[in-house]
Design a protein around this ligand. Structure first.
Ligand SMILES: *[C@@H]1O[C@H](CO)[C@@H](O)[C@H](O)[C@H]1NC(C)=O
Ligand SMILES: *[C@@H]1O[C@H](CO)[C@@H](O)[C@H](O)[C@H]1NC(C)=O
Ligand SMILES: *[C@@H]1O[C@H](CO)[C@@H](O)[C@H](O)[C@H]1NC(C)=O
Ligand SMILES: *[C@@H]1O[C@H](CO)[C@@H](O)[C@H](O)[C@H]1NC(C)=O
Ligand SMILES: *[C@@H]1O[C@H](CO)[C@@H](O)[C@H](O)[C@H]1NC(C)=O
Ligand SMILES: [Ca+2]
Ligand SMILES: [Ca+2]
Length: 668
């Protein structure tokens, strides 16, 4: 069957315009990587039951190995080292794995693969060459400016803060047989760096109803957006033109749909249903995935207020700049799953996103959140090449499990990194971190289908209550997460919160949800510009991804409050600053003017989505420091020993990167 997998990248551009792109595989044959992964002498042995170290030693000896003791102090898991020479072996020894697994006490034996990730933070092109001797970097002239592909500290950036795509390329994944449709203001398909990777058959112009989505000419190059997005994904390699795309052997289709005076539902629907096989694009069962950038509303907006980004079938991607800060226009949002790169803060002329531009040109200046989402589409194209069976849910799990904190941080220190109850590190601004293409394809290759997903209405509170002017309204729902029913959700994916409330100034409403394991998500932050509405929210769907892989059962806490403070961080014009100053003076002079926000709460419904069974029990863990291994262990221990794993993670992290504070001060 062809076209069985769809990825849709939806990207909001500036204000009224938006671009989105769709990725699909056109193959069902599993592709083989050209390079093989080196192996080590290390083995992870999982026993059927807890065993004592002495017994482990005896068992190890039987296989000419030595036991290095329990892993993570868990006596079901042991680290064995093989004493036999490995003769430049470049493959996992699956024969030996099966042999050891025949032992009555052994549940699984996993020959450890050598990871570039283990060196992440120290990785250099030389490291990559050690492990993949055949790898050569692209020779394209703009590759040196594509710091989002390889960050060597150029343009004021931080070394190694990049998408780690070279590792995926070295493994042989470059986007072959994957098509991404760029739904935007057109694509310059005559561009020499794009023409060979242009998929004309899948392209269409909905702005003028023809098959040629060529951008309309304007003096100011206004319609350059789609062409720039296309280059980030699929610009050709080693042709001496511009740079390279994240998935440089993939193809792009142009869907021109933004360049008319207004957007209609019909154009939007037609664009997405352009090919007959796209009609079911919104069907989750069909395996659709949407990537939706978080929007350019800035700190004054909140993307959970955007019905699309808050949708579970979209992947919200936020953007960081080359030194790890959020781009200025970033919205913060608990539905953001991960981050890629853009610009918006740095004045360095080379800190923008280098890509193709209209009329055969190259640019260093692509920017905005919309520059970040195509990078994600490119990384997902690599993952789909590694495993065409992946569904939209697989891609989200893989994103959560392989995205990295790396050197991302909030310069305002408002949003710090936290570790959720499943051992997964997240940040309100960056989601689970920056995409790591190398790690993503490696996990994608061996990914097993997930257990089925269920939807549990965990509880509802319907009772009119005053939201206090000071302090907060705290509401609790205790749930068994539909235990022993059709809808049981033992392990969470998305959590949705539907809220109905009314207030005198909607923009001041702030809402938190806290999971049973104590993970607090800011599902609605203060939005100074949202002041003209007293309509409140009616069954508004807020969503958080921060409790991913946690358990659903227990007590959920909702906190609603009004934040009347002036937002000092909001970027204001001179006039706005003056007005604000005046307001402040008036407030000081006249207390009567200091109007508090008032409001009423009506309803809260809690909807949990996820699996009944442990989601990662069938996944192969090849490295016990991986997020996958940690989450899996926490599941197997029924969420009991979280602290133990977190301590390890923190140590590992600090070894690689240093603490939050030292990170902020560090200059590369
Ligand atoms: C791409 O897919 C086609 C058919 O779907 C197949 O014949 C071809 O071998 C694939 N190419 C690669 C590089 O996987
Ligand atoms: C994809 O699914 C098919 C059929 O279930 C299976 O044979 C194949 O091994 C899978 N490919 C990968 C890469 O997991
Ligand atoms: C693990 O895989 C087996 C065999 O494919 C399947 O029967 C089982 O349901 C899977 N378990 C989970 C939790 O997905
Ligand atoms: C809400 O009020 C409770 C009780 O006073 C307090 O412990 C909690 O920190 C408040 N929550 C927020 C988000 O301010
Ligand atoms: C606000 O008050 C301060 C001192 O009280 C004064 O210097 C300033 O000019 C006032 N600003 C405006 C905009 O009225
Ligand atoms: Ca046209
Ligand atoms: Ca090129």
């Amino acid at each position: 069957m062809i076209y069985r997998q769809y990825l849709l990248t939806l990207i909001f551009g500036l204000n009224f315009s938006f671009c989105y792109s769709k990725t699909k595989t056109t193959t069902t044959t599993s592709s083989s990587s050209s390079a093989q992964i080196p192996v080590t002498k290390d083995w992870l042995i999982e026993f059927q039951q807890k065993i004592e170290p002495d017994e482990a030693k005896r068992i190890a000896k039987r296989y000419a190995m030595v036991s290095k003791g329990p892993v993570l102090k868990d006596k079901k898991l042991y680290h064995f080292v093989d004493l036999k020479p490995i003769h430049h072996r470049r493959k996992r020894d699956t024969n030996q794995e099966q042999f050891i697994e025949r032992h009555e006490l052994v549940k699984r034996a996993i020959h450890q693969v050598g990871y570039v990730r283990a060196k992440r933070g120290y990785r250099s092109i030389e490291d990559l060459k050690d492990i993949y001797p055949d790898y050569t970097p692209p020779t394209d002239p703009y590759f040196q400016f594509q710091w989002y592909l390889r960050n060597e500290g150029q343009a004021g950036g931080k070394k190694r803060l990049d998408l780690n795509v070279e590792e995926a390329w070295a493994m042989g994944y470059t986007g072959k047989n994957i098509t991404t449709a760029i739904m935007d203001d057109g694509v310059d398909y005559t561009h020499p760096d794009l023409m060979n990777n242009y998929n004309a058959a899948a392209s269409y112009d909905f702005s003028s109803n023809d098959r040629y989505p060529y951008p309309r000419y304007t003096d100011d190059w206004f319609n350059s957006h789609g062409t720039r997005c296309a280059g980030e994904i699929a610009a050709a390699r080693d042709n001496n033109i511009c740079g390279v795309g994240v998935a440089y052997d993939s193809t792009v289709a142009g869907i021109r749909m933004l360049d008319q005076p207004y957007m209609t539902d019909l154009i939007e629907a037609n664009s997405m249903a352009h090919e007959p096989d796209m009609i079911d694009i919104y069907s989750a069962s069909w395996g659709s995935l949407y990537v939706w950038a978080s929007g350019d509303g800035g700190a004054n907006d909140d993307c959970n207020c955007d019905g699309y980004a808050a949708s579970m079938w979209t992947i919200s991607i936020n953007s960081a700049i080359n030194d790890g800060r959020t781009a200025l226009y970033d919205e913060s949002c608990s539905s953001t799953l991960a981050s890629t790169f853009s610009n918006g803060r740095s004045d360095d002329p080379h800190a923008g996103v280098a890509t193709t531009d209209l009329y055969g040109q190259c640019t260093l200046k692509h920017s905005g959140t919309s520059a970040a989402a195509p990078e994600a589409a490119g990384v997902f194209a690599l993952a789909l090449e590694a495993n065409p069976n992946l569904t939209w849910r697989d891609i989200q799990h893989l994103t959560v499990l392989t995205a990295k904190r790396n050197q991302l941080y909030d310069p305002s220190k408002q949003h710090l990194w936290h570790i959720n109850g499943a051992g997964l590190e997240f940040n309100h601004l960056f989601g689970y971190g920056v995409l790591d293409a190398g790690d993503m394809v490696r996990h994608a290759k061996d990914w097993k289908p997930l257990p089925p997903r269920y939807h549990c209405q965990a509880g509802q509170i319907s009772k009119r209550q005053i939201i206090p002017e000071q302090g907060n309204l705290t509401l609790k729902i205790t749930t068994d997460a539909c235990k022993n029913t059709q809808d049981e959700v033992g392990y969470l994916e998305h959590v949705q919160v539907f809220v109905t409330l009314k207030s005198s100034r909607r923009g001041n409403a702030v809402i938190f949800i806290t999971s049973p394991l104590g993970t607090r998500s800011l599902i609605l932050s203060r939005r100074p510009l949202d002041d003209d509405s007293t309509n409140g929210f009616y069954k508004w769907p807020f969503m958080t991804t921060h409790a991913w892989a946690e358990k659903g059962q227990g007590t959920w806490t909702l906190e609603i409050l009004f934040d009347n403070d002036d937002n000092e961080d909001a970027p204001l014009t001179k006039q706005q600053l003056m007005d604000k100053q005046k307001q402040k003076n008036q407030t000081v002079n006249n207390n009567l003017n200091n109007k508090k926000t008032t409001g009423e709460f009506f309803e809260w419904t809690l909807l949990l989505h996820g699996t009944r069974e442990q989601p990662y029990s069938n996944q192969t863990q090849t490295n016990w420091k991986s997020k996958l291994a940690i989450a899996k262990q926490i599941h197997e221990n029924n969420f009991k020993d979280k602290a133990k794993y977190i301590e390890l993670l923190k140590q590992d992290h600090q070894k690689r990167l240093g603490s939050d504070d030292s990170m902020m001060e560090r200059k590369f």
